[in-house]
Design a protein around this ligand. Structure first.
Ligand code: NBG
Length: 845
């Protein structure tokens, strides 16, 4: 066998040989001493070789028609890579065979993988889905992010409370990344600026920092489905500029030199959980700047190499290298690009600004006021003095134009200003993002409308043509094919294999939505998935649940606006009815929760405690007669979600209308055949429209009704007083019934609901409970339920991230439709010798 073949071959034989070779040559292990982890690593390297071959070819392809999407995001949640890559390479069966033939356990091997938890939730997962789609569609893309040494904390539960444990995901090594010590940039912090006259007599500014760190690239190629196109995830790690600061070292201050190293390395140390006030968190601001400085320096270098020099930036960069800002976290990229062009490349301000505005576009992901980023002017000025000057200059020029259009409208100026001057001064990152971008988008129709009418109204009025909606989507490769392989096979049998890259084809399932034979297969798969989840539950939290019961699942970050407590109130009400009314005979249900709370978000953590407390009582009470079970599955992440999405009968998407920008869990559940109970919020609205009103359980106030009720003076207590069951539930909770007699434990939650209820839980309670009764009735008619489940999948095609990315490509990035390279047969190494002799052309890839 050719040695080349063992790096690239896709046959069982070639894969087996490669696997065994890697065990020896990469792990240095004989099978007699190899652990499961060694085998996982050997397999990962086997797969990585095949990806690298495609990546190298893919990167060369870009040279002929240079055009690359630069995606900037502080978060990515790519999930475990092994199975996803096997699927994309089309060698899942072959590798299973190799593993089986060697009497190893495939699942055990797969379970060794630590997922990179480099994000909080939907926003980070969306970034991963979009890279997957860009790779699949053949759109050249580089996603820049931070290589956090500690990702999202691991959630453990002790005595019903969330406990956060650090996530050292890199400890055992990451086979998917390639360190690129040669691709590194200096990042400056602090100090001051000074003016000087350059050689041509022009007034220029230079920044004299007082801290320097180094950003080093770690590359992870992300392969598209079956294609030969690969996207690049480039994560930056912070390091000291030199291992030791020699000046300090030679002055004899060894400890200060080491300290400087530690401080530099801290920048990429840990991911910040969101949903906590971050004002004043200097390290977070340092992280954001660190990311964009590395990304923009690297991108400018790439652009120069690919288009041939700085001189062509003004005409070429916006056209060929669009930069997408995933929320405001990377918005310092705007002043950073201005600084590099004006200060370092001596470009005129106007020309640089044109480049900048042409290049950037911005996606907003939330309208919650507390989540709209703003940084104290003093903090930003002390850390990034030059950027503050640039932001002020952008602001001044911008406000001058606004004044021309709206003379004497001080309110408008005040609202549009990049600096909030109403109290202590802040830089408003959303305003910076709007002014510095040529396009702004929301992530679902309602969200985009609310942007235009609310927080972004003045910007919209100024330039309505710059705004559009791009409803989110998720990748069916991960969320159907990887997570629910049996469902994917059934669909393959029915529709052939093209649907995974053309999700609208799922519509073909409508033809068999009434077919008893197909129903049978469909329900068997759902049942097997529920059995699998039941085993996971038994294994992880020691609760026995009945797979025949209705699996009612709410899996997402714990937040008051997502209203897990509305769900729990309903559970308590059902429980109370069961206890007090012997004739009450509800459909057996298993309520399953999963999700993390921000470490500093007390109320969210109390909700987790409440779920456990209610579960403890309900699960043990014989009066419940096996009708109800309540389960909390700890540590929700991409890996654990794999057993959750495919097993749901009912998906809970019950946010207060107007608060959930889009939601993407709603799409993942529906793609796996769950029916949704949901409010008129985010992408729920569009999902309902797509799958049909009769196949979606809608309840609750609309965003407008929520606003109107708030304006009219909402009194949650009145809702409680008017509803006997609700009152009883609150009394029960307050009495300490669920907390071993402790009347104080849930007091903060009770008071918050009865006194303020910012998220209108009580106002929606009745509608929710009533809608849940309808769910029950529908679930008892299994034929009917299965038909609805099939129709949900058949009509979910629109929510593929391929569709979403296509819309970005056409409407925002204005890129030509890509051609996906076909795989080249023959010797991959052919021609390489000559290339070596010619020497390098581009070094940024
Ligand atoms: C989240 C929204 C979700 C949305 C994802 C992806 C942030 C700031 N926003 O509704 O809450 O689905 O973004 O767009 O994390």
């Amino acid at each position: 066998m050719e040695s080349e073949d063992s790096h690239t071959g896709l046959t069982v034989e070639a894969l087996k040989r490669s696997f065994l070779e890697n065990l020896i040559y990469i792990r240095g292990k004989h099978p007699r001493s190899a652990t499961q982890h060694d085998y996982y690593m050997a397999m990962a390297h086997t797969v990585r070789d095949r990806i690298l071959q495609r990546w190298v070819a893919s990167a060369q392809g870009v040279l002929s028609n240079p055009s690359v999407v630069i995606y900037l995001s502080a978060e990515y949640l790519p999930g475990p890579q092994l199975v996803n890559n096997l699927l994309n390479l089309g060698i899942l069966d072959e590798v299973r065979e190799v593993v089986q033939d060697l009497c190893l356990d495939f699942q055990q091997l797969v379970d060794q993988e630590q997922e990179p938890g480099l994000g909080n939730g939907g926003l980070g997962r969306l970034a991963a889905c979009y890279l997957d789609s860009m790779a699949t569609l053949g759109i050249p893309a580089v996603g820049h992010g931070i290589r956090y040494e500690f990702g999202m904390f691991e959630q453990q539960i002790r005595d019903g409370w969330q406990v956060e444990v650090a996530d050292p995901w890199l400890q055992k090594g990451n086979p998917w990344e390639l360190p690129r010590p040669g691709i590194c940039y200096e990042v400056k912090f602090g100090g001051r600026t000074e003016q000087f006259l350059d050689d041509s007599g022009r007034q220029r500014t230079r920044w004299i920092p007082d801290q320097l760190v180094k950003g080093v690239a770690y590359d992870q190629p992300l392969m598209g489905y079956r294609g030969n196109s690969v996207a690049l995830l480039r994560l930056w790690k912070s390091e000291a500029v030199a291992a030791f600061d020699f000046e300090i070292f030679s002055a004899g201050d060894y400890y200060r030199a080491v300290e400087a190293k530690v401080i530099s390395e801290n920048i990429s140390k840990v991911l910040y959980p969101n949903d906590e006030p971050e004002q004043g968190k200097k390290l977070r601001l340092q992280q954001q700047y660190f990311l964009v400085s590395c990304a923009i320096q690297n991108s400018l270098r790439l652009v120069q190499e690919l288009i041939g020099g700085v001189g062509r930036i003004p005409t070429e960069m916006a056209r060929r290298f669009p930069v997408q800002l995933n929320d405001t976290h990377p918005s310092l990229a705007i002043p950073e690009l201005m600084r590099l062009l004006v200060d370092e490349h001596a470009m005129e301000w106007e020309a640089a600004w044109k480049v900048s505005q042409g290049v950037f576009s911005y996606t907003n992901h939330t309208l919650l006021p507390e989540a709209l980023e703003k940084w104290p002017v003093d903090l930003l000025g002390s850390l990034l003095p030059r950027h503050l000057e640039i932001i002020q200059e952008i602001n001044q020029r911008f406000l001058d134009q606004v004044r021309l259009r709206y003379p004497r409208d001080d309110g408008k100026l005040e609202r549009l200003s990049l600096i909030d001057e109403t109290g202590p001064r802040y830089v408003r990152m959303a305003n910076l993002s709007c002014v510095g971008s040529h396009h702004v988008n929301g992530v679902a129709e309602l969200h985009t409308e609310l942007m235009k009418r609310g927080a972004f109204r003045d910007f919209f009025e100024l330039e309505p043509q710059n705004f559009s909606n791009k409803t989110n989507g998720v990748t069916p490769r991960r969320f159907i094919a990887v997570d629910n392989p049996d469902l994917a096979s059934l669909i393959d049998e029915q529709l052939g294999t093209g649907w995974l890259i053309d999700l609208e084809r799922l519509r073909g399932l409508e033809a068999v939505a009434e077919d008893p034979g197909f129903h049978d297969q469909w329900s068997r798969i759902k049942m097997a998935n529920k059995q699998r989840l039941a085993r996971v539950i038994e294994d992880r939290v020691k609760i026995a649940v009945d797979p025949e019961s209705l699996f009612d699942i709410q899996a997402k970050r714990i937040h008051e606006y997502k209203r897990q407590h509305l769900n729990v109130l309903h559970i308590m009400a059902l429980y109370w009815r069961l206890k007090t009314d012997p004739t009450f005979d509800p459909v057996p249900r298993t309520f399953i929760f999963a999700g993390k709370a921000a470490p500093g978000y007390f109320m969210a953590k109390l909700i987790i405690k409440l779920i456990h407390s209610v579960g403890d009582v309900v699960n043990r009470d014989p009066a419940v007669r096996e009708r109800l079970k309540v389960v909390f599955l700890p540590n929700f992440n991409v890996k654990n979600a794999q057993s959750i999405f495919p097993a749901a009968d009912l998906s809970e998407q019950i946010s207060t209308a107007g608060k959930e920008a889009s939601g993407t869990g709603n799409m993942k559940f529906a793609m796996n055949g769950a029916l949704t109970i949901g409010t008129f919020d985010g992408a729920n609205i569009e999902i309902r429209e797509a799958v049909g009103e009769e196949n979606f359980f809608l309840f609750g106030l609309t965003a407008e009704e929520v606003a109107a009720l708030k304006a009219s003076g909402y009194q949650p207590r009145n809702y409680c007083a008017a509803n006997d069951l609700m009152r009883e539930v609150f009394d029960l909770l307050a009495s300490g019934f669920f907390s071993g007699g402790d009347r104080e434990l849930f007091r903060p939650l009770i008071n918050s609901l009865l006194d303020h209820d910012e998220f209108m839980v009580l106002a929606d309670f009745d509608a929710y409970a009533e809608c849940q009764q309808l769910v029950e009735r529908e679930f008892t008619d299994r034929e009917n339920w299965t038909r609805k489940s099939i129709l949900n999948v058949a009509r979910i095609g629109r929510f593929s991230s391929d569709r979403a990315v296509e819309e970005y490509r056409q409407d925002i990035w204005h890129m030509d439709s890509p051609t996906i390279p076909t795989s080249k047969s023959g010797d991959f190494l052919e021609g390489l010798e000559d290339e070596v002799r010619k020497g390098p052309v581009d070094t940024s890839f």
